[in-house]
Design a protein around this ligand. Structure first.
Ligand SMILES: *[C@@H]1O[C@H](CO)[C@@H](O)[C@H](O)[C@H]1NC(C)=O
Ligand SMILES: *[C@@H]1O[C@H](CO)[C@@H](O)[C@H](O)[C@H]1NC(C)=O
Ligand SMILES: *[C@@H]1O[C@H](CO)[C@@H](O)[C@H](O)[C@H]1NC(C)=O
Ligand SMILES: *[C@@H]1O[C@H](CO)[C@@H](O)[C@H](O)[C@H]1NC(C)=O
Ligand SMILES: *[C@@H]1O[C@H](CO)[C@@H](O)[C@H](O)[C@H]1NC(C)=O
Ligand SMILES: *[C@@H]1O[C@H](CO)[C@@H](O)[C@H](O)[C@H]1NC(C)=O
Ligand SMILES: *[C@@H]1O[C@H](CO)[C@@H](O)[C@H](O)[C@H]1NC(C)=O
Ligand SMILES: *[C@@H]1O[C@H](CO)[C@@H](O)[C@H](O)[C@H]1NC(C)=O
Ligand SMILES: *[C@@H]1O[C@H](CO)[C@@H](O)[C@H](O)[C@H]1NC(C)=O
Length: 808
């Protein structure tokens, strides 16, 4: 192969010298520079090095991309931070043998900056690696040592004494400068993904064939994954087994890691795998000593022997405080033991210690002797390595299949209780009885039973206990006098707005916390039923994109809901306002769309309840101080029972312009009717126009119809809000618009689910279907009511009061 390479290079060179063509060579030498417009092509023709502009930008960058596939897929960028603005640019070798990129005024824009190199040669290899070698063909510098956002076969993620191989996201698809996300190896052989300095997701430790948190990761017919470690270096890498397949891993601007594969250039890149996948992949979702399981109605529970630290917060599904021990450890005084828990993603290893070549028994001794040791496990690969965790156990999740064991330290009295309780369920329990000299004697009381039973026995303590859910709400009750003083006796000055069911006030509790109080008018149409519905529903929900209910207040005729206060009010106040709209850049709008999608996905699926909101609209999306969106107003929400996918109602509630055709006309609601409303919101966010008030000249065409017509004519950009016109990468916005149109398709079965939507929004690589005609798009074709003359004035009415209650 080596010989062939040299020969190929030689042939290429001869070819060049003969024809002095500017395409097709793969090297740069001191007397052969590369100029703007020229390119290098690797010997096998797989990769190309040249100048490119990302879509949506006129800046030029030196980069490497796949040579023989139609869509330009950049895998590496040299001058990420300093685009070339003055052309033509020149890439040549400096007098001291470094590779340098100059602009037209000979300024050095980018430089390899290594030590002096004699007789240097630069070559683009077929692996996509750009290498700089000296006269003895010794490697001096290589692009694989400085990855951008893409991880290719043969690249390393890890470190040695001099280098730190990590990925950094692009700022956006039009800007390759380093974004806020990075991914590197840390702790005990794990991959972490950070937003700036905050750890967001982790892979779990390498277990010999894959990362512990990726249960589906196994070297198989397509890929071989490897974690390599010796005195000098430690890294993760992968190879493709079948060379006719291309595969790359990208860390995108939202911190999502995506593996794409390409079998056939005609079909393009296909998304093969991505991470994070669900709520439990969020770092420390359940706090210290908590265990996350998406397949559990409460998502989080405590490890056995632990209880929630703040039961009130826990009941409201704020799990961040995690869990604490029910019984303190004895530690130095003896009397601690270990409970074996199976099927886990192991806790964060950043505070774990490793001892190589140590048996499970010795590992247990080691842990027991150190009071700060909370858990241990032994890895059998490369002789056994003993891993001991010190301090809080953070970011554990439980898998239905796969996962690993963890031995958790508990006071032996706690173990006795667990053993007593589960004498039928039977866990594997070690109890250590200290004897005279402190040498532990191991009494093995392990009793094995079927895997399923074992699981049930080991992780209990889901909170609140199942029995107590139901009508009994574990929700703080606020005192009327407290609310009165917080809102200055419901002073007019504190009124934030009027909802369909009564006014909303701003208040401040004595401890300084700001609240929003929704006071139901005594003669409200909502009545006790909707009130109870809202309290019951929202008390069970906890998600960063849902507004948080702090408590309620019921006194005589008065009924009030107390929410966290949202300083930025609602989304409609921004997007439909020319001046305030300027505050929302494209990026911010995208984040808002993504946030609403995540919140809605949680309602539909992740909360295990299948909740249909039924009145989703811009004015029901509140914004916190950082402009994060939170879905509010659950007065009309419904839980779909069992496996039902849709339900009928005689009472259609909702807001015209946001309601799907099947709901307005037949009272049928389902997750897809929320998807429709969500699509309308996307289009409103992108256009800055209300669905019902678009084109003065054509009063009978609403926003959906307008967007649809423009998309048919490929003139979508006409629709976009002036406020974002300058700040967006076109491809990204148009993609978003297409997703909006997919959501508002007339037939509910054509619309994607929110899970699909989240995938489409966060993965550029997913191909989008062509949207079909939207519901309610033209005059009278679907619904007369949507464009009657009285509706014309609706935009002047505050949307909040626009909620309809239609008796049928
Ligand atoms: C260098 O670039 C600048 C800015 O693009 C341009 O004005 C100038 O003409 C260029 N000079 C040469 C020599 O090409
Ligand atoms: C490389 O190119 C720059 C810009 O054209 C030029 O100023 C410089 O002299 C060149 N370096 C060598 C060693 O030829
Ligand atoms: C080259 O490296 C040296 C030392 O590491 C640093 O001071 C210098 O700024 C670097 N030069 C460039 C152009 O990056
Ligand atoms: C690199 O070469 C320059 C002359 O080209 C010389 O002055 C300098 O000392 C050399 N540096 C090293 C580190 O060898
Ligand atoms: C490699 O993949 C291609 C395309 O899927 C397939 O046609 C070919 O048979 C595979 N080769 C091997 C050796 O598996
Ligand atoms: C990353 O963190 C910064 C600072 O905390 C925050 O402003 C930003 O929204 C985060 N980025 C994403 C994509 O979540
Ligand atoms: C591991 O420990 C055993 C006995 O404790 C010893 O014989 C062996 O040489 C050790 N192996 C390594 C690689 O250190
Ligand atoms: C216990 O473990 C911690 C963390 O590794 C370590 O700092 C401490 O020295 C250990 N204590 C003893 C007594 O070994
Ligand atoms: C959820 O739990 C049920 C019952 O334990 C099981 O049948 C199902 O496969 C689980 N689903 C997932 C996605 O783990």
């Amino acid at each position: 192969m080596g010989k062939f390479r040299i020969l190929a290079t030689f042939l290429c060179l001869s070819f060049f010298n003969l024809f002095s063509a500017s395409n097709g060579r793969d090297i740069i030498t001191p007397d052969q520079a590369m100029e703007n417009g020229e390119a290098l092509v690797s010997a096998g023709g797989t990769f190309k090095l040249g100048f490119f502009s990302p879509s949506g930008s006129t800046n030029r960058y030196l980069g490497i991309w796949y040579n023989n596939i139609p869509m330009q897929t950049v895998v590496w960028v040299a001058n990420r931070n300093s685009p070339v603005t003055n052309f033509p640019a020149v890439l040549n070798l400096t007098a001291d043998g470094n590779l340098a990129l100059h602009d037209n005024t000979s300024n050095v824009i980018w430089l390899t900056n290594t030590s002096n190199v004699s007789d240097p040669t630069v070559q683009l290899l077929d692996s996509g690696n750009l290498v700089l070698t000296d006269n003895s063909r010794r490697l001096v510098w290589q692009s694989f040592d400085y990855p951008s956002d893409t991880f290719l076969p043969g690249m390393k993620l890890g470190f040695n004494q001099h280098l730190d191989w990590h990925l950094t996201s692009w700022t956006s698809p039009s800007d390759p400068s380093p974004g806020t996300y990075s991914s590197k190896i840390y702790g005990y052989r794990e991959i972490g993904i950070w937003n700036l300095t905050i750890l967001k997701y982790r892979s779990g430790p390498w277990n010999g064939h894959g990362f512990n948190g990726f249960t589906d990761m196994k070297s198989a017919e397509f890929f071989s994954f490897r974690f390599f470690i010796n005195q000098e270096e430690e890294y993760y890498t992968f190879e493709i087994i079948n060379k006719s397949i291309l595969s790359r891993v990208v860390l995108n601007q939202f911190g999502v890691v995506q593996r794409s594969v390409l079998l056939d250039p005609i079909h393009g890149w296909k998304l093969y795998w991505w991470f994070p996948m669900d709520q439990c992949d969020e770092y420390a979702e359940c706090g210290a000593f908590g265990v996350c399981n998406t397949n559990d109605s409460s998502v989080c529970k405590c490890l056995r022997g632990f209880v929630p630290k703040s039961p009130e917060d826990w009941a409201l599904r704020d799990f961040s405080d995690g869990c604490v021990r029910r019984t303190a450890l004895h530690c130095g005084r003896g009397g601690d033991g270990f409970l074996k828990v199976t099927g886990l993603k192991l806790p964060d290893t950043s505070n774990a210690m490793v001892d190589r070549n140590m048996s499970l028994d010795d590992c247990r001794d080691r842990c027991l002797k150190n009071c700060s040791c909370m858990a241990f496990n032994s890895f059998s690969e490369d002789g056994s390595a003993c891993l001991t965790w010190h301090g809080d156990l953070i970011d554990i999740r439980e898998f239905t299949e796969g996962g690993q064991d963890l031995y958790v330290r508990l006071a032996s009295s706690e173990l006795d209780t667990i053993q007593g309780n589960s004498s039928k369920k039977k866990s594997v329990i070690f109890i250590v009885i200290p004897i005279l000299l402190g040498f532990p004697l191991l009494v093995f009381l392990g009793l094995f039973i079927s895997k399923k039973k074992r699981k049930e026995g080991i992780l209990g303590d889901s909170f609140p206990p199942k029995e107590s859910r139901g009508k009994e709400l574990e929700l703080p009750l606020f005192d009327m006098s407290m609310i009165k003083s917080a809102t200055d006796d419901f002073s007019f000055n504190n009124e934030l707005g009027k909802g369909g069911f009564g006014p909303v006030y701003k208040g401040q509790l004595r401890d300084g916390q700001e609240i929003a109080v929704k006071r139901l008018s005594k003669d409200s149409v909502q009545g006790l039923d909707e009130f109870k519905n809202e309290v019951f529903l929202i008390a069970k929900l906890q998600h960063r994109n849902l507004v948080r209910l702090l408590g309620c207040c019921i006194q005589h005729e008065e009924r009030m809901l107390i929410y966290e206060y949202m300083p930025n009010k609602s989304l409609d106040a921004f997007i439909f306002d020319k001046t305030k709209g300027e505050l929302l850049s494209w990026q911010k709008r995208h984040d808002i769309i993504m946030g609403i999608a995540r919140g809605l996905l949680y309602l539909h699926q992740d909360s295990r309840l299948k909740i249909i909101h039924r009145d989703l609209k811009a004015s029901n999306i509140l914004l916190d101080k950082d402009m994060n969106p939170k879905i509010s107003d659950f007065g009309t929400a419904r839980i779909l029972k069992g496996d039902d996918n849709q339900e009928n109602t005689r009472r259609v509630v909702g807001t015209y312009g946001y309601m799907s055709p099947e709901y307005v006309m037949h009272g049928i609601f389902s997750v897809k009717s929320d998807v429709f409303s969500f699509g309308v919101i996307i289009l409103e966010i992108l256009s800055g126009m209300k669905n019902r008030m678009v084109n003065q000249a054509q009063p009978c065409v609403n926003l959906l119809g307008y967007a649809w017509r423009l998309s048919e004519d490929h003139r979508c950009s006409v629709l976009l809000d002036e406020a974002i016109k300058c700040s967006y990468p076109t491809s990204e916005v148009l993609r978003c618009l297409q997703i909006g149109l997919l959501c508002v398709q007339e037939r509910s079965e054509d619309r994607p689910t929110m899970a699909d939507v989240v995938v489409m929004l966060s993965n550029e690589g997913v191909a989008l279907p062509q949207p079909k005609r939207p519901g309610f798009c033209m005059d009278g074709t679907s619904l007369e009511r949507d464009c009657t003359s009285t509706e014309q004035h609706s935009h002047t009415v505050n949307e909040i009061t626009d909620t309809l209650l239609v008796g049928r």
